[in-house]
Design a protein around this ligand. Sequence first.
Ligand code: HEM
Length: 231
Amino acid sequence: MTAVAEPRTQPPVRPGRAWWRRPWIIPMGAVIVAFLVYSIPPYLGLDPALSRVPEGSSIYYPALLAHIGFGAVAMVSGFCQVWPWFRKRHRAAHRVLGRVYVFAGVLPSATAGLIVGAMSPFGPVGRVSLVLLASIWFGSTITGYVKARRRSFAEHRVWMIRSYTLTLSTITNRIWGPVASIVLTPHLDTMFGGSEIALLYSVAGITNWLGWVVPLLAVELWLQRKRVRAR
Ligand code: HEM
């Protein structure tokens, strides 16, 4: 991941394009709202029986709740951060929300995500992916924060784009499960010897890996193209 040559002062405030001329903002906001409205309610009553994930030990459910709560903060605060119009018009809010994103969003959610990831009931392949994802999520966010503190704003931007891509990867993650399930279930007897647990672990493994690797690769390609064009 190459460093980008840059001025060490904050770029001047230029009038941004109107929000409606950024065609990705509305769909992105709508997808985030739909995800949160669908995902969060079962956890609001703090009732483990309503959890979509079967719990293993006594620490699992509190860690899952912390992960989800802080994850929602990261998702919403990060949305304002990547929205160019908001970033340009509300510099002070950008700085405050940036700290909220890092310290009340990603870092606590990723720490809890490490615990629930390592204890995931969906098999070892998925666990490895989740632990790696939580670590990279944590690492890219800290790096982005440190770059901002050192006033390396171009690098700060690139690391925060990586970080927020990983934040949103929990949404794309939900797409792969049904796809893998539809493709693999007809092969239960032939490919998995009739073992439903082997099928479940395979679907979860594929889902967890593709969920974050595909968006991260896509965003790296996009960043690479922008660098080439800038040259
Ligand atoms: C990007 C790093 C993330 C990691 C490593 C991660 C990890 C996990 C893990 C391990 C679980 C338990 C299910 C399983 O074992 O497969 C889980 C569940 C969940 N996570 Fe995350 N997560 C991440 C990001 C987020 C974000 C940003 C949110 C936003 C709210 C979120 C919301 C949820 C929800 C709602 C559940 C419960 C499952 C459900 O009800 O569908 N996650 N996550």
